[in-house]
Write a protein that binds this ligand. Sequence first.
Ligand code: ZN
Length: 595
Amino acid sequence: MPYTLDQLNDATQAEAEQMLDGLYEHTPWIAAEALKQRPFRSLAQLKWAMADILARSDVEAQLALIRAHPELAGKAMVAKSLTAESTNEQSKAGLTDCTPEEFERIQRLNADYNAKFGFPFILAVRGPRGTGLARQQIIDTFARRLDNHPDFERAEALRNIHRIAEIRLADKFAAEPTLGNAAWDAHERLAQHSDPGFKEAGQLTVTYLTDAHRACAAQIRADMQEAGFDEVHVDAVGNVVGRYKADPAVRHPKTLMTGSHYDTVRNGGKYDGRLGIFVPIACVRELAGAGRRLPFDFEVIGFAEEEGQRYKATFLGSGALIGQFNPDWLGQADADGVTMQQAMAHAGLNPADIKGLKRDPAKYLGFIEVHIEQGPVLNELNLPLGVVTSINGGIRFVGEFIGQASHAGTTPMDRRRDAATAAAELALYMEERAAKDGDSVATMGMLEVPSGSINVVPGRCRFSLDMRAPNDAQRDRLAADVLERLQQIAMRRGLNYRLEESMRAAAAPSAPEWQRRWEAAVDSLGLPIFRMPSGAGHDAMKLHEVMPQAMLFVRGENSGISHNPLESSTADDMDLAVRAMQHLLQAVATETTTK
Ligand SMILES: [Zn+2]
């Protein structure tokens, strides 16, 4: 019989320790320590408590826990001397059926890894969905993690140990994350559609209005219909719009909007944007399945375009809803010379109808968005969810220093006009200046010496500047300092420069009442409330211009890497995101009916 949380809370310390036996391999003290904090409101709270205890213990205790684990597909597995839990996990991942070559490779990786780090390689081989990673995925992860810095890898081993404990705990309590599993599977299905050239390489790329993009729209539309939405359609800009209607008896005049984008960057991740579509779909599926309605209309939108990959314009999907679609964009051509106008015609969309997509903000309660964090913070803190305080404002420039190309051998150091060292100097200044703010960031992501040679002093150097801060004034001070330094560098080095502002986006602080609702939702799950700014831009930024908004972040695995195929999230974290949104919807339902 699976345990229940009440049983755990009511048991004696000794009984409770027995119930949690085996969560952390040969290391019962972690659970024993955490159990002193009973009663727990949720298993999520217990998991957080255990992770927190380990995070606060010394490095020796952490290493002892890591070393208590067996090698993957190691001698203990062959000799069948593993714990029951480890045997289950290693066989679920198919490690007991390795080919001789795979086994050989893993043994070599084990040896290299141990030599470098001094502890065994630990991987939650049941993976983000709990059903087991493929052997090739395991070997690839193993090889990749060998390159990590030792401090980082120790932390990564601990994160994997917490994930192993999470799965073992779910087994003990029959706490399958069913809502999260469904959401996870939906992402897998959607990720089958990828643009030509990328699909063959096993990469995910879905850019605006390609066939793969339209297949995604069709899939999301079908998912919404299956979930029980009352109205689903694809609008004139390609957004998939679903509406779950209010209970007519108590219908509030305003609608709550949520959503995120389904396009991707080139060779991107499966969760960026899409999580913010599948989480609310899961909520509607639960409501519809239970025959329940909210007192307000719930509008869920899969935005067609956010990433600006095929055309220069970005936020086409959410921008259209606030009346920001510029008809001039229709003339933009993609890399193959296909204009946006032609792409729309091919997709059966009528650009003339885009104007009509503009929403009347007076008819909306607000906008909420769930998004994968796309950064390392939650992962590092062992927190599944974070509440966004503000979407950072940003400003971008593309520029060029113009000096004098000259012979690298014959031009003395004091007679050079080196454009590349000027850019390097500027990059170092940006790094120092942004760090001074604490929460600003500045990046020179593009740096190029056009047709440079090994024996020529660079005469030209192109570069980009990207600067972001939680509010506009801070962003503007940062940018002003960087531009002033740029001028000084050019003057001192005798260079000309060109500089063009290519993007300016206002910061979007969360609406306090919506941020509070997310906070209450996170708290209701027994999790600590962690507030953080969003470093990346999101669709919520656009809706922010016309209505209150607030976002919820979900932890990304692999240090939160995003815009990359390694982007990952677990079914358990998605489950928490769905339940957070359910809580928020219920809270808004209560507020709107009692007001
Ligand atoms: Zn995104």
